[in-house]
Design a protein around this ligand. Structure first.
Ligand code: SF4
Length: 721
């Protein structure tokens, strides 16, 4: 069955569409039967899988593109891999493990860039629209897996593919045009230097295909900026510098148009599950969680484009280069100004494919083209430059066209200015730079995306730039984990749950730290009791007790409560949900990120069974998730990551507790089946059916080389070759 791409989905409209006429278009409601749906879900004109197992939810085919040779192949995949690793991130991790050895440099032609639709993308599962892009990151030198929402992944499924796997490098700038069975590599020399949104529009015009979904890089990707993004729809895959790998491969964009159908195994059951989710979303929209800040009270990605009150975010984060908290920033005057600016420039609230949440917005700054704002970009540039919202919404337009990560870019620019203020960089490094902050940000952004002058150094991110600059610059690159700029958030007291999420996380995005367990205790027992009453999403009743007993002060407060074991349980649960989303293609704003979401460990197995036809229950799903989560870990271990890399920035919290942190890490490693260096043990690998990983570790002497290889061996210079 196939959903039509629709422009604006309100809950009412979506619900009407799903249960009845518009999206599925059965001839009449009484004919909305499995037989009708199976007829609609014909696979490849009925000819492709004679004598083989029918594929549900996935297409069963990947597109393999060798950009060096210009070769394109449609390759059937092994359904057993789907059962073991699900899809999306899970199967992409397996492909990277098998085909990209650890010696591979990010900018080697042998590095793969994999665009993957999640397993349930293209089915009617609400909010299931994520594209997972995986490769070796030029910034961290580890595996990056960055997600984008929007519309691309479902379109790829409708074109008949689960993944696009790119290898090699094109000698000239090209783009890929996937039009159902017809796939072409086309010249993109006329698109050189064009913005990512502009490129998408030009490609649609050139192809005369207004419905093509286009994922494109801007100038930053072409220049191999280490925090270059891939932009698409209202979304982007930003973390880990994956846009730089796309630029290195000489690939400007991938345009896709698909008009085929996707099969689901048990359509009636599947639709009933979707309707339940929709009903719950409506309920939550009408009943936000009391006692928590507005963006946590509802569902969806942080709904920054809806809210006007930014007191909490602006005053509690240390923006810029994470040095200064603007404690009294928010006042009536600012509130009025920001509300006026947002209301005058925000032209429409918009959603990703098949989602009613409208957490993005179109922004039309005066004199600039309209663009689509992603959550949080609203604040990152504004606050980093100590400017007003008008500036932030304006520069975000340029940044989107250039294609840069909105968390890293402002921090890199603030880092450069901090070095300048402290005499490490001088006027000679900034010839012609304006004297005002806003002008400086525009000036720096422009130099970075062109790799011009000091911009060439800054384009490598704060970690590598500091090394290249020397003269004590490293002390200013203080907000990195695994060489990557993190959220500009600094707090006072260590939060043990977030410590573990940050330290052991390999996702490199905001959602790596947040999950379904509340961020802080509620003030009174009564409030906590009210919260746990309808908390059916918990995987185990014990989590309710953990929360009930959690006090803001006293014996049962942070950092020693939740206890070490409880923290490990909570983090394991939160991480599991993130990894399930990343395999299924689900937006974390409806599953792993918010409190009490519509998707959870109890209904996910049913979605997989009814959708993909895989016999799934909670235990099997937990095991499958553990398998590919461990494979991601193993992949990075093979590239030299060890315990020394599992640490949040030193100054992330003012009050640190080294002994407790050690205890937390030790206990979490044990729970995960990793040794004291964070390396998965032989026993745990065997239990997950990953003996091939263990054999590889043995061959490479990884267990005896416990400390790992120094991950600094690959410098930006070698990377650039
Ligand atoms: S919740 Fe927001 S970010 Fe997530 S799919 Fe829906 S509109 Fe997109």
């Amino acid at each position: 069955m196939r959903l039509l791409r629709s422009a604006a989905c309100t809950p009412e409209r979506l619900d009407r569409n799903i249960i009845g006429k518009r999206l599925l278009r059965p001839p009449a409601e009484q004919e909305f039967t499995p037989l009708w749906l199976q007829k609609r879900g014909r696979p490849y004109r009925g000819s492709r899988v004679r004598g083989k197992k029918m594929r549900y939810a996935e297409t069963g085919f990947n597109l393999e593109v060798d950009l060096t040779r210009g070769n394109i192949e449609r390759v059937e995949t092994d359904p057993r891999d789907t059962e073991l690793y699900l899809g999306g991130l899970g199967t992409s991790a397996k492909i990277l493990w098998e085909r990209v050895p650890p010696e591979t440099e990010p900018f080697s032609p042998d590095n793969l860039l994999i665009f993957s639709a999640g397993l349930l993308c293209g089915t009617p599962a609400i909010g299931c629209n994520r594209t997972i892009v995986s490769t070796i990151s030029p910034q961290t030198l580890l595996m990056a897996f960055s997600m984008m929402g929007g519309f691309w992944a479902p379109e790829l499924k409708y074109a008949g593919y689960d993944k696009v796997i790119l290898r090699g490098k094109s000698p000239n700038l090209v783009y890929l045009w996937i039009n159902n069975d017809k796939v072409e590599i086309r010249d993109a020399s006329h698109l050189k230097g064009k913005g990512s949104v502009e490129t998408a529009e030009l490609i649609r015009q050139e192809l005369k295909e207004p419905n093509a979904q286009v994922a494109a890089i801007g100038l930053a990707g072409e220049s191999k900026v280490y925090f270059a993004s891939i932009e698409q729809g209202r979304s982007s895959a930003s973390r880990g510098g994956i846009g730089a790998v796309m630029g290195d491969k000489g690939l400007k964009a991938i345009a896709v148009r698909g008009t085929k159908d996707i099969n689901v195994a048990q359509p009636v059951e599947f639709m009933a599950l979707c309707n339940e989710v929709m009903k719950y979303i409506k309920f939550r929209n009408e009943n936000p969680i009391p006692g928590v800040m507005p963006i946590l009270a509802g569902l969806g990605s942080p709904q920054e484009m809806k809210v006007h009150d930014e007191k909490w975010h602006t005053e509690n984060f240390m923006w810029g280069n994470s040095r200064v908290r603007r404690k009294d920033f928010w006042n009536d005057e600012v509130a009025k100004q920001w509300a006026q600016t947002l209301d005058s420039m925000r032209t429409r609230l918009i959603s990703c494919y098949n989602c009613p949440m409208t957490c993005g917005a179109t922004i039309s700054p005066p004199g600039l083209p309209t663009y689509m704002m992603k959550c949080f970009s609203k604040l990152t540039y504004t606050m980093a430059a100590f400017a007003d919202l008008e500036f932030g919404l304006g520069i975000a337009q340029s940044a989107t066209e250039y294609g840069v990560d909105a968390f890293s870019a402002p921090q890199v620019m603030a880092f450069a200015l901090e070095l300048y203020e402290n005499g490490i960089l001088t006027d000679d490094d900034f010839p012609g730079m304006p004297s005002d902050n806003e002008g400086r940000f525009y000036w720096l952004l422009d130099r970075i995306v062109r790799r011009d002058g000091i911009g060439d150094v800054l384009a490598n991110g704060t970690y590598w730039a500091a090394k290249q600059i020397g003269k004590g610059a490293e002390a200013y690159a203080h907000n990195n984990i695994k060489k990557h700029e993190q959220l500009p958030l600094k707090l006072s007291m260590l939060n043990p749950i977030y410590f573990l999420m940050y330290a052991t996380g390999e996702k490199m995005n905001i959602t790596q730290i947040e999950g379904q367990f509340p961020q802080a205790p509620f003030p009174t027992r009564e409030e906590r009791e009210a919260f746990v009453k309808d908390w059916f999403q918990v995987p185990d009743e014990k989590f309710k007790q953990y929360f009930l007993d959690w006090e803001p002060r006293g014996e049962k407060s942070m950092p020693y409560y939740p206890t070490v074991d409880m923290c490990c349980d909570i983090v394991d649960w939160q991480e599991r949900m993130h990894y399930i989303d990343d395999a299924l293609g689900m937006c974390s704003g409806l599953s792993s990120f918010p409190l009490k979401p519509p998707y959870h460990i109890h209904n996910y197995p049913k979605f997989i069974s009814a959708g993909a036809g895989i016999d799934m229950d909670e235990t099997k799903l937990t095991q499958a998730t553990k398998r590919y989560r461990t494979l991601v870990r193993a992949y990075n271990i093979r590239r030299g990551m060890r315990r020394k890399d599992d640490k949040p920035p030193e100054n992330h919290w003012k009050k640190r507790f080294p002994e407790l942190e050690k205890e937390l890490l030790d206990a979490y490693y044990t729970l995960k089946g990793w040794n004291d260096q964070g390396i998965p043990t032989k026993e745990s690998l065997h239990e997950l059916g990953l003996d091939y990983v263990w054999e590889d570790f043995e061959k490479r002497g990884i267990y005896s080389n416990n400390e790992g290889t120094p991950s600094e061996e690959t410098s930006p210079e070698t990377g650039k070759k």
